[in-house]
Ligand binder design. Structure first.
Ligand code: TRP
Length: 329
């Protein structure tokens, strides 16, 4: 069984794009691998979040993941800051991470440009912390999006460098978990290619049916096709793309036919689309509303998760200390 490590940003609620892009695959992944899921709240400190909202952010993400089907009976779910061994490994790995390579990282350069008033050392060493997250469990596979591939590449380099420097074969070189065909990209309702929080066009798993109807109703359309079988403009194609994901094939065919004969009524299309999106999100939302109130459950999940994570992390840190030459008197 492979060890899979999945790091989750602690900002923002999950939306339909996250669900089809990753979450649905995470749920399946749990049956075939030993999975660790953690919420990267230490990483979020690089942007100096208000202490008053830090915990709430972590909580929201935790609730969403549990509601969607990340199962504490099958996987280890924990909050990064509750596993201090990660910070210790990060410290050691930093001794072998060089200013030249860190400052050349794409994410660092981007962040430094975005927040020139706060180019802190944590931002610079973000990839080392991410490497510590992964190497602390000696993970084989890491599900990452395109934007995180460089970080994973750096993790492999840090692992290799550690092994070479100390003359050991200790760390594995983790590879990206590839979902291949299973990876579905959900476009925005505003004509943009991607649904996202920062794009401001997202339908959240926690949205009420009313919210979803409203959002779908607002989706960009036009006065309709004038030529039979014409090519759809991007913003209409986007609606069809989502329809193909959430609706039955005959429903999709129905609207394709209406489009092709120039009889399409966007009102009907949107009504159907909203209805079928709600069918997907409603059970998750119900669970969100339930879990959200359940302090005892959230406490139990995170406490037991941290305990299991610390078992695995503690073993790594002990072995790393020994390899590096620390010795008790
Ligand atoms: N950097 C990741 C992101 O922004 C989050 C993350 C932190 C992560 N540590 C990780 C992802 C370890 C995978 C493995 O999405």
């Amino acid at each position: 069984m492979d060890i899979v490590l999945s790091g989750i940003r602690s900002t923002g609620n999950l939306h339909l794009g996250n669900y089809y892009g990753a979450l649905r695959n995470f749920i399946k992944m749990q049956d075939e691998n030993k999975c660790f899921f953690f919420i990267a709240d230490i990483h979020s400190l690089t942007t100096h979040p208000d202490p008053k909202i830090l915990h709430g952010n972590v909580r929201n993400v935790l609730v969403d993941y549990l509601a969607a089907g990340i199962d504490p009976e099958k996987s280890v779910i924990y909050v990064q800051s509750e596993v201090p061994e990660v910070a210790e490994l990060y410290l050691y790995l930093n001794m072998h991470a060089y200013l030249g390579e860190l400052s050349k990282t794409t994410s660092f350069k981007e962040k430094a440009r975005k927040q020139p008033e706060n180019v802190n050392a944590g931002l610079l060493t973000y990839p080392t912390l991410m490497a510590a997250d992964i190497l602390i469990h000696n993970a084989d596979k890491v599900p990452v999006g395109k934007d995180q591939e460089q970080h994973l590449e750096m993790t492999r380099r840090f692992a290799r460098r550690f092994n070479n420097f100390y003359g050991v074969e200790y760390f594995k070189e983790p590879v990206a978990y590839n979902f291949g065909q299973e990876l579905i990209k959900i476009p925005g309702l505003d004509g943009s290619g991607k649904m996202g929080k920062s794009e401001g066009n997202a339908i959240y798993l926690a949205d009420s049916p009313k919210d979803i109807e409203k959002k779908v109703k607002r989706a960009l359309t036009d006065s309709g096709p004038t030529e039979p079988h014409s090519v759809k403009p991007d913003y209409i194609e986007n609606l069809f793309t989502i329809l193909r994901v959430v609706s039955a094939p005959d429903v999709v065919q129905h609207f394709e036919d209406k489009w092709n004969t120039c009889e399409i009524r966007y009102g009907d299309l949107k009504k159907q689309l909203a209805e079928d999106i709600i069918k997907v999100t409603a059970p998750i939302r119900d669970r969100i509303l339930e879990i959200e109130k359940d302090e005892a459950y959230l406490h139990k999940v995170t406490t037991e998760g941290a305990e299991k994570a610390r078992e695995s992390a503690g073993k790594t840190v002990r072995e790393v200390r020994e390899i590096m030459g620390f010795k008790a008197f």
